[in-house]
Design a protein around this ligand. Structure first.
Ligand SMILES: Cc1ncc(COP(=O)(O)O)c(C=O)c1O
Length: 415
């Protein structure tokens, strides 16, 4: 289909009105009906993030080094604060990026180039070893960089099976990855044990803390058990953590860190190849919104440790109530033992996808996991006020599914 660019332009109000009308058909994320994509802490956090983003609406973070030192300063501050949060040693380095995928692809590229240098083999085709729960962004990075990804099945408890992971390592393995937590079941992989394998076998261990990195430290600070997952584990070489998820910062904002300057050096793109001279970037993209850096700087400073701990307290209390609600519902069980705010649940008695389908009719956008079949939700403070409504609608949907003649669910798990 093609449509023409309008011959004459249209006024702002007219366009905003049309957008608002289009939006009314979208899923109700503000009402807690969307189980992924958007995150909320407190209203004041949304407000400061928005204000800071629009304060830097026109600036370009690409020019942070030259035209906009304030943008560079904010990025440096964010990275410096996070290096401490993730226990990076002296000499650790970090960079902001536009998202988890970009952070991951950059870390994979740095690892590939570092490994090639170590091996003295500029064309070496390496592989990445992890559990099947690994985020597909690693396959995206591998596709771009001619690498392979090997995924070991999880154990019966849905945890990373360390023996199965180690069995996939061969002479061409360059990277091990653990997630903190993984997206499918919300469980933190055994990073300390992976660190021991990485050290023993001379491998680069990346921790994908994209979804949990800015929540887990504060959940630990409020006294809940969180296993070691960051640079405190000696074998960890790099770590990715997204500000625009549970850092509650405006999109796009992520961070990626390296244990030492040598590894970090391979992250940087530096080329003097064209008439305009040297071109140095620390992101895959060139032009990018300075609002990402400004929003992150403002949100981190607005919340401080106390604010993040308060949010962790409220969020984890809500997650406890949510889990209690699932456990109190006959026929349901929680997948594995989620550590943070991603929870998936399933049933041995009825088709859980059918339950999600029936709930969909009431506006609940289904989040699904296909192995084992479950309803999957990544929750923040949007979801807390509608907990009772959710549980009522879910139990009503189970009632419908238990009574109907066997019906094949039409929906499929996709992200
Ligand atoms: C564990 C994990 N890693 C990486 C990503 C990718 O992040 P992004 O969507 O910001 O690229 C996600 C996204 O949910 C994730 O859950």
């Amino acid at each position: 289909m093609r449509i023409s660019l309008p011959a004459a332009g249209r006024p702002t109000e007219d366009l905003l009105a049309e957008m608002r009308a289009m939006k009314s058909g979208d899923a109700d994320w503000q009402g807690g009906k969307v189980p992924l994509y958007v995150f909320k802490a407190e209203d004041s956090v949304t407000e400061i993030g928005k204000a800071a983003f629009f304060e830097y609406f026109s600036e370009n973070a690409l020019g942070g080094g030259r035209a906009f030192p304030s943008v560079k300063r904010m990025e440096d501050d964010v990275v410096a604060m996070a290096l401490g949060l993730f226990n990076a040693p002296d000499g650790g380095r970090g960079f902001m990026s536009t998202g988890g995928t970009e952070s991951i692809v950059l870390a994979v590229q740095a690892c590939r180039d570092w490994s090639r240098k170590q091996r003295g083999d500029a064309g070496h085709r390496g592989n990445i070893v992890a559990s099947e729960t690994l985020h597909p962004a690693f396959n995206k990075g591998a596709k771009l960089m001619d690498l392979d990804v090997r995924r070991a099945p999880v154990g019966p408890d849905l945890r990373m099976d360390l023996a199965a992971v180690e069995a996939l390592i061969d002479d061409n393995t360059i990277m091990l990855v653990g997630s903190a937590p993984n997206f499918p079941y919300g469980m933190i992989d055994p990073i300390a044990a992976l660190g021991e394998i990485a050290t023993r076998r001379g491998l680069w261990l990346h921790v994908d803390a994209c979804v949990g990195g800015y929540l887990a430290p504060f959940v630990r600070m409020i006294g809940r058990p969180i296993p070691d997952f960051d640079f405190v584990v000696p074998g960890v070489s790099s770590l990715s953590a997204d500000l625009h998820k549970f850092g509650f910062c405006p999109k796009p904002a992520s961070t990626v860190f390296y244990r030492d300057a040598d590894k970090a050096q391979h992250h940087i793109f530096d080329a003097d190849v064209w008439p305009n001279g040297r071109f140095v970037t620390t992101t895959i993209v060139g032009t990018r919104p300075a609002g990402g850096a400004a929003g992150a700087w403002a949100v981190l400073n607005h919340l401080g440790v106390d604010g993040f701990k308060r949010i962790a307290t409220n969020l984890m209390r809500f997650i406890d109530d949510y889990k209690d609600g699932i456990r109190a519902t006959p026929g349901l069980h929680i997948h594995g033992a989620p550590d943070l705010s991603i929870v998936a649940y399933g049933s041995d008695e009825f088709d859980i996808f059918r339950v999600a389908e029936v709930m969909g009719a009431k506006g609940w956008l289904p989040g699904l996991v296909q192995r084992p079949k479950g309803i999957h939700r990544m929750m923040s403070m949007f979801h807390a006020p509608v907990l009772d409504q959710y549980l009522d609608d879910m139990r009503a949907a189970i009632g419908v599914v238990r009574q109907e003649a066997p019906t094949k669910a039409k929906i499929k798990a996709n992200y």
